[in-house]
Design a binder for this molecule. Structure first.
Ligand SMILES: *[C@@H]1O[C@H](CO)[C@@H](O)[C@H](O)[C@H]1NC(C)=O
Ligand SMILES: *[C@@H]1O[C@H](CO)[C@@H](O)[C@H](O)[C@H]1NC(C)=O
Ligand SMILES: *[C@@H]1O[C@H](CO)[C@@H](O)[C@H](O)[C@H]1NC(C)=O
Length: 976
């Protein structure tokens, strides 16, 4: 019997156990069905063709346990769903979520609609903008419960709506979710004054994240004071402004983390914050705060993270006041005002061990003494100070974990490496005063370096031979030094991780890149302004990801190989100022992503390929060569800037096909003949047109008044500058710099021990090729670039053989700043209508056959600074007053019948007759001074400047917005 009983018991146990196991395996049927409904709904708002990728583990197999489906968690006992996270969705634009589908989940505790809190940077396709970073939900709805919908989910504590496109329409729904303790609204499209008044019922909130929206107005401190349980508040990356009246926030005695960075806050540091002794994180960086940094910060004994840089703080701050903050791990100070003086004497010893120190623009003259006691530093940024003497290599020796060391823009004179090998990832010592040889053994001592910037010093000698063993090197900038010699084989073969290589402005010589070059991942290669010689060799051919190639200003010879056109990623090709000869290969005009092609100042000959086929409008600089033949009529298709000055082009100006993109058209200094074609009257976006020094004849078409010179500034969207940015990938270590070794949550980039997302470190590189056009309007060159260039309008038809009268209609060219018709055979009078050239600063009509009076009405031209009518047949009284009082005799020479100031001829005494038609001044009496000026006044030059920099430690969103800008810019290019 006893045996039986025990067997029975055993069986019962087994059955129970089976039941238990079975129970764990199956979720509640009602919820399983509801989940499938939810999936069905999400598929209905998913982009066409993507439905297979929607929640693939949520399936119709009745045996499958929904508690194990992707993104779900269940309560172990009740088996009901507690957590739902959708992860990456590929939704249609402006999708709405039907909240009523969530009502079956009565025990739901956490609902996560964000893609993930962080953009997975490594998921970036190289330099491409990626809109998939958002889940793109725009709103919520519930046909049954309306705004009350979320109150049905009584256990809902965590709601994460980050990285969507939600707008303010969701606020009324949120105000019903009174059980919430954690609300993330980060990175959405919310705007206007903050909605906290409507959220004041959410009194259980411990964490509120409204960052990266477009909230404006002042910080809602009073409304916040009702959220008494608040522990973490993130209002960063908005447009909050006004002074920091934070009394309300200072009442939140439980507050541990406060992030107000990257807003437009002004005023003094709010002292009441120093009463919040529970604060662990305080970030006020990137605002416009003024006044002193208070020493009372030393009261915040729990502080782990303090960031105040990028403000306008001034006066003295003694770092010693922080000495007792034993928990401090991250300290970031600095001021844009340049008048913050951080002092650090040797008399105190810190109780903290920092991971990150940023003291940027703090007027430091010595490396602060307290750094001598730090052993676990991972990032040190002492840039933009007045540090001099020896480079502090001991920072590396003392801190074996150091990853990033930035000391740019100081006065260090002697660079030395640490004595033994170190794992540093990034070193920036640009803009210092090093003028010696660069250490040969860098590759041995810093073998893992990914980024090295030593630009803008005076380093001498050859490039160190050990560079070739730096297999991780992705960014190298040695530009603006005095390096000489050839590029070593070990370097071009060994550094195969290279992304961005800048060798510009040195004295490097030899062949540009040998065929064994192994830079197969490279994006940017800038070798301009060196002494490289020889042909453009095959070494370049393997660089298939290259975006920018700049080998201008060298001594390169031979022809431009047509295979360059096969490098289809190229955005910019700059080969100017070399000795390149032969024809322009047509393939160069067919690079599919081309934005900028500069072949100027070579000895290229032959004809111009007929047209450009790029996805973008292209800027084409072909000036100062020996190009001949006629200009192809299809050349302006897809071209926004065309510079053909100083070639040997002949024939007529063609009847251009498709002129909608052209904005700068420069044909000066060729042998063009025939009339100015009426097609040019259709230029709707022209800003600068220079047809000077040709043999154009016929009259000036009156329809030129229909061009954009007369139309006004409707389209200003085009930017002449070429910008792009890269975000770092394969540089993962840098992301984790500030992270605790055991982050509390699994998200990438999450700050150590922090609930909020704080300034995760990453790196990005920005490149900006600026187009600078110098257009002299006031007897001197003025450089017009960027925004100003957009507003610059000029027309130059000088030194041709134009005849006939100046069309009256041209008085309607309202936008013109500079007009030059000099050195032609124009006759008739100066049109009175020229008083309508409201913006004109420079008007040159000299060396023509104009007659009659100078219209009195021209005195209305209030911007006129240069006025030239020398060597015409003008007569009568010179207008007086306003701008005309500023012109001297140089403006009027060679018109003997003019009278009044500034000539010495009085109008009363001289007997003014109608002028006879003979030309008085013969060419030999040309006043050389005014001749010279008339040339200078019209001369147009185009310069390209290239700016580039690498930055880390800027918040990702700044880089992000940068990328967005670049994207918008490119789209505009496409649409324009
Ligand atoms: C800090 O708190 C005390 C006591 O509540 C108060 O008297 C004092 O004014 C506060 N200090 C600041 C700067 O607000
Ligand atoms: C750091 O280096 C300096 C200079 O070599 C030395 O005086 C100091 O003691 C070192 N500090 C630590 C913590 O090792
Ligand atoms: C740094 O160097 C520059 C140029 O050599 C000099 O003008 C400046 O006075 C120096 N500053 C300090 C603080 O030594």
């Amino acid at each position: 019997m006893a045996g039986k009983v025990s067997v029975g018991k055993y069986l019962t146990w087994v059955l129970l156990l089976l039941g238990q196991l079975h129970g764990y395996k199956s979720c509640v049927e009602k919820e399983r069905i509801a989940l499938l409904e939810l999936k069905k709904y999400i598929i209905s708002i998913t982009e066409e063709g993507e439905s297979n990728s929607v929640l693939p583990t949520w399936n119709y197999n009745t045996k499958s346990d929904c508690c194990h489906w992707e993104g779900l968690k269940c309560n172990l006992k009740s088996k009901r769903v507690t957590d739902i996270a959708f992860g990456t969705l590929n939704l249609k634009e402006s999708s709405l979520l039907n909240l009523s589908l969530l009502h079956p989940f009565q025990e739901i505790r956490s609902l996560n609609l964000s893609k993930s809190r962080f953009i997975n940077l490594s998921a970036y396709k190289e330099n491409e903008f990626n809109d998939d970073a958002f889940n793109k939900l725009a709103g919520l709805f519930d046909d049954v419960e309306g705004y009350k919908s979320l109150s049905r989910l009584r256990n809902l504590e965590i709601l994460d709506l980050s990285s969507n496109k939600f707008n303010n329409s969701i606020i009324p729904f949120l105000s019903a979710a009174t059980s919430l303790t954690t609300l993330f609204l980060r990175s959405n499209n919310l705007d206007g004054p903050s909605p906290l008044n409507e959220l004041k019922e959410l009194t259980n909130l411990k964490l509120l994240d409204l960052s990266d929206n477009r909230f404006n107005d002042s910080i809602p401190a009073r409304e916040l004071s009702t959220l008494r349980k608040l522990e973490a508040l993130d209002l960063s990356d908005n447009e909050f402004s006004g002074s920091m009246e934070l009394q309300g926030i200072c009442k939140l005695k439980n507050l541990q983390e406060l992030d107000l960075s990257r807003n437009k806050l002004s005023g003094q540091f709010p002292l009441c914050l120093t009463n919040l002794t529970g604060l662990r994180v305080l970030d006020l960086s990137s605002n416009q705060m003024t006044g002193k940094v208070p020493s009372a910060l030393g009261n915040l004994e729990s502080l782990e993270y303090l960031s105040l840089f990028d403000n306008n703080f001034e006066g003295f701050f003694s770092a010693g006041s922080l000495a007792n903050l034993s928990e401090l791990r991250v300290l970031k100070l600095g001021s844009l005002s340049n008048s913050l003086q951080v002092e650090s004497t040797s008399s105190w010893k810190p109780r903290f061990q920092l991971n990150v120190i940023v003291l940027r623009s703090c007027n430091l003259e010595n490396v602060p003494y307290f750094l001598l006691h730090q052993k676990v530093l991972r990032q040190v940024d002492l840039s933009h100070n007045k540090l001099s003497g020896n480079f502090p290599s001991w920072l590396m020796e003392n801190n074996t974990e150091l990853k990033v060391l930035t000391l740019q823009n100081n006065n260090f004179t002697s660079f030395q490496l640490p004595k033994s090998a170190h794992d540093l990832l990034m070193l920036d010592v640009s803009v210092n005063c090093f003028s010696h040889l660069f250490p040969e053994n860098i590759g041995l001592v810093l073998p893992h370096l990914a980024s090295l910037n030593i630009s803008n010093n005076m380093f001498q000698g050859n490039l160190p031979s050990s560079l070739g063993i730096m297999k991780s090197l992705q960014f190298l900038d040695i530009s603006h030094n005095s390096f000489r010699g050839k590029l070593q084989r070990s370097f071009v073969e060994g550094c195969y991780s290279m992304r961005i290589l800048k060798l510009s402005h040195n004295k490097l010589s030899g062949e540009i890149l040998p065929s064994s070059t192994n830079f197969t991942s490279i994006w940017e290669l800038s070798m301009d302004n060196n002494l490289f010689t020889g042909n453009i060799v095959h070494g370049l051919r393997k660089l298939e990801h290259l975006l920018l190639l700049d080998i201008s200003n060298n001594n390169l010879t031979g022809v431009i190989p047509s295979w360059i056109g096969e490098l289809s990623s190229l955005n910019a090709i700059l080969l100017s100022n070399n000795l390149l000869e032969g024809e322009i290969p047509a393939s160069l005009f067919n690079v599919s992503n081309l934005l900028l092609l500069d072949l100027s100042a070579n000895i290229l000959s032959g004809g111009i390929p007929p047209h450009v086929s790029s996805a973008n409008p292209v800027a084409l600089f072909l000036q100062d060569n020996n190009l001949s033949g006629s200009i192809p009529a299809t050349l302006l298709v897809n071209v926004t800037v065309l510079d053909l000055r100083n070639n040997r082009l002949s024939g007529n100006i063609p009847e251009f096909v498709d002129t909608q993109n052209i904005s700068i058209l420069l044909l000066r200094g060729n042998n063009l003949t025939g009339r100015i074609p009426r097609q040019l009257c259709g230029l709707r976006n022209i800003h600068l047109m220079d047809l000077a020094i040709n043999k154009l004849n016929g009259s000036i078409p009156s329809c030129l008044s229909n061009t954009s010179f007369g139309l006004g500034k409707e389209d200003m969207s085009y930017d002449y500058d070429f910008k792009w940015g890269y975000m770092g990938s394969n540089f993962k270590d840098a992301f984790t710099l500030e992270q605790d070794s055991s982050p509390s949550m699994e998200n990438d980039g999450r700050h150590f021990k922090s609930l909020l997302v704080l300034d995760p470190i990453n790196w990005y590189f920005m490149h900006d090729t600026q187009t600078k056009i110098e257009f002299a309007t006031k007897h001197r060159y003025d450089a017009y670039m960027g925004g100003i260039l957009k507003y610059m309008f000029g027309l130059d038809l000088s030194e041709n053989e134009l005849v006939g009268e100046i069309p009256v209609e041209l008085g309607g060219l309202l936008e013109l700043y500079a007009l030059n018709f000099s050195h032609n055979y124009l006759s008739g009078v100066i049109p009175t209508s020229f008083s309508g050239l409201k913006n004109v600063e420079s008007l040159d009509l000299s060396f023509n056959r104009l007659q009659g009076r100078i219209p009195e009405e021209l005195t209305e031209l209030s911007s006129l600074a240069v006025f030239k009518v020398t060597y015409n047949n003008l007569s009568g009284a010179i207008p007086q007053g306003k701008q005309f009082n500023t012109f001297d005799i140089e403006s009027y020479l060679g018109n003997p019948l003019l009278c009044g100031e500034p000539t010495k001829i009085s109008c009363e005494s001289s007997n003014i007759q109608e002028p006879d038609n003979e030309v008085e001044a013969d060419e030999s009496t040309i006043d050389m001074v005014s001749f010279y000026w008339s040339i200078v006044a019209a001369y147009v030059t185009v310069l390209l400047g290239i700016l580039a920099f690498l930055s880390i430690d800027s918040h990702w969103s700044r880089a992000w917005f940068y990328i967005v800008d670049v994207f918008i810019h490119k789209v505009r290019n496409l649409l324009w």
